[in-house]
Design a protein around this ligand. Structure first.
Ligand SMILES: C[S@@+](CC[C@H](N)C(=O)[O-])C[C@H]1O[C@@H](n2cnc3c(N)ncnc32)[C@H](O)[C@@H]1O
Length: 314
């Protein structure tokens, strides 16, 4: 069965990208190709769509899309850092680059891949199944301090220390091999009121482990400047985030480009002479409409931010 991924904030993303016939567009997180399909229609027969994804399933989806797309297409099976770097080194100039961050529904709903706390599966969580580091290694081999740190920093979990300690204790008896075995350890480490509070007790810890396994924040920090370099003058950069750790990075990156000035905030006047490189069409993030929220619960945490690259010296 083909599991569908419903693209979030699709109309809003396409509007922010301001695509025209003939544009070169880079979809840095091609996934199921929902956004890419819409972008392809906008850029038409003279346009070029480049998709990047580290998951081979996305490559298959992109191949299907390429067979029907009205534009030229190309797929790069790699992390977006590697893909964007390769494109920059080739001298590609893009009119638009966009990210739809995190895992796809195809990944989360593929039970055997171990992304979900709702199904029992081996601990995996790799977006690229050829990658060496998986969730089993993180859970069974990382020391208690490092586990507590990622659970706190990437999961924003209040009981991070208690959960890390419980994991280390449990694995001393026998390795934790499956998602549900891990869920049990995580739930038992929290006081009863937290266990029964809103949201699944393992949600934040699973998010943290997934982010660590896939180095999601490190990837984003390196990819944003690469994407910016790849943009032609007047090019558009857009990113959809699903949690505040990603959104804060995107927001800061775009705000820094829009400010230009890199002086410490306590200096009374600017001495660096930095010029703005970006225009932000909206200061605030765009959220899903009530209609989309009702149709696709995944859109509830989605936030879109975008910027236009200004012509240097203009
Ligand atoms: C939310 S989905 C994108 C869905 C897509 N926009 C659509 O409409 O179907 C995110 C995709 O990005 C990929 N991905 C996430 N981080 C990545 C990275 N650092 N490098 C390459 N691909 C990445 C995942 O494998 C996943 O397929």
């Amino acid at each position: 069965m083909t599991i569908a991924h419903v693209p979030v904030l699709a109309a809003e993303l396409i509007e922010a990208l301001e695509l025209s016939p003939g544009d070169t567009v880079i979809d840095a997180t091609a996934g199921g190709g929902g956004h890419a399909r819409l972008a392809a229609e906008r850029i038409g027969p003279t346009g070029t769509l480049i998709g990047i994804d580290r998951d081979p399933t996305a490559a298959e989806r992109f191949e299907e899309l390429a067979g029907q797309a009205p534009c030229a297409t190309r797929f790069i099976g790699a992390t977006f850092v590697e893909g964007l770097r390769a494109l920059r080194d080739e001298g590609v100039l893009a009119d638009a680059v966009y990210f739809d961050l995190g895992a796809s529904s195809m990944q989360i709903d593929a039970r055997e891949r171990g992304f979900s706390y709702s199904y029992d599966a081996p601990l995996d969580m790799r977006m690229d199944p050829a990658q060496q580091l998986d969730a089993r290694t993180v859970v069974n081999e990382w020391d208690e301090r490092r586990l507590a740190q990622i659970i706190r920093d990437y999961g924003e979990e209040r009981y991070a220390r208690q959960i890390a300690r419980a994991i280390v204790r449990a694995r001393a008896a026998a390795p934790i091999e499956t998602t549900l075995a891990l869920v049990e350890v995580i739930a038992a480490a929290q006081p009863a009121p937290a266990r029964f509070a809103a949201g699944h007790p393992a949600k934040r810890t699973f998010q943290a482990i997934r982010i660590a396994v896939n180095d999601e924040l490190g990837q984003l920090d390196t990819a944003l400047p690469l994407a910016w370099q790849l943009l032609a003058a007047n090019g558009r950069l857009a990113a959809i985030s699903f949690h505040s750790l990603e959104d804060r990075r995107v927001k800061r990156f775009l705000a820094d480009r829009a400010t230009g000035c890199t002086c410490p905030p306590d200096l009374p006047v600017c001495v660096c002479g930095g010029e703005p490189e970006a225009e932000l069409p909206r200061r605030r993030a765009t959220f899903a409409s009530p209609g989309e929220l009702a149709a696709n619960p995944r859109s509830a945490s989605a936030r879109l931010r975008s910027a236009r690259k200004l012509e240097v010296g203009a």
